[in-house]
Design a protein around this ligand. Structure first.
Ligand SMILES: [Zn+2]
Length: 217
């Protein structure tokens, strides 16, 4: 199976801007993490860009079509002039049943794990959804113009990546290989409050909180 992940915008096209952050950078960063997660699950993945370069919409579609990808996932952040607008939404092409199913799976997993506002699945005649030959979705992770969403899309990128891959793999009947079963277990047992990135450093506060829970303090 082959998945093409498309970090929206890039190069001279910054995408949306919020609080000094560029959408293109967040899209790329999350997509690189998504590549790691898919690779860990032995899924073939191609990124339409793996650095900060300008890339046209047709080029993005060509990469997916030429490589005969099974799925196309475009990663974006939303923006709005009113900074109170927030939440996650996922798009598929109108009347694409497989696209809508994929969108639903990814949308639900992100909202469940990140606790973002569920703006639902939507359809739109976006270029990359229209001109790709395979089920395609465009994920708006959150609003770069909203402080709470921005905090999540800056600091919980691994969880976004895990959620997106989980949503896709569940949708096609594959179980995600979790490198961090012990973390998952501690989370389910209530000893830790979050899905931690197994490769990241732990803060002393997190260790102290977990220890207190274990000893009942
Ligand atoms: Zn965008």
């Amino acid at each position: 199976m082959m998945i093409v992940v498309d970090p929206g915008h890039g190069g001279s096209d910054s995408g949306a801007v919020g609080y000094g952050y560029f959408e293109k950078d967040i899209n790329l960063s999350v997509s690189l993490k998504l590549r790691d997660v898919f690779k860990a699950n032995n899924v073939d993945i191609i990124l339409t860009r793996d650095k900060d370069v300008t890339l046209g919409l047709s080029e993005r579609c060509d990469i997916a079509n030429k490589n005969k990808a099974d799925y196309f996932i475009s990663i974006h952040c939303n923006s709005f002039k009113d900074s109170s607008a927030k939440g996650t939404e996922t798009y598929s092409y109108p009347r694409s049943i497989s696209g809508a199913k994929l969108a639903k799976g990814v949308q639900q997993t992100i909202v469940a794990n990140l606790k973002t506002i569920d703006r639902g699945i939507k359809t739109a005649n976006f270029y990359v959804l229209h001109h790709t030959n395979m089920p395609a979705i465009l994920v708006e992770l959150g609003f770069i113009t909203n402080k709470e969403d921005l905090d999540l899309i800056l600091n919980k990128q691994n969880l976004f990546a895990i959620s997106i891959s989980n949503g896709i793999l569940n949708n096609i009947g594959l179980k995600q290989i979790n490198k961090s079963d012990s973390i998952e277990k501690l989370h389910q047992m209530g000893f830790i409050s979050d899905y931690y990135d197994p490769e990241s450093y732990v803060k002393w506060k997190d260790i102290a909180d977990a220890l207190l829970k274990i000893i009942g303090g």
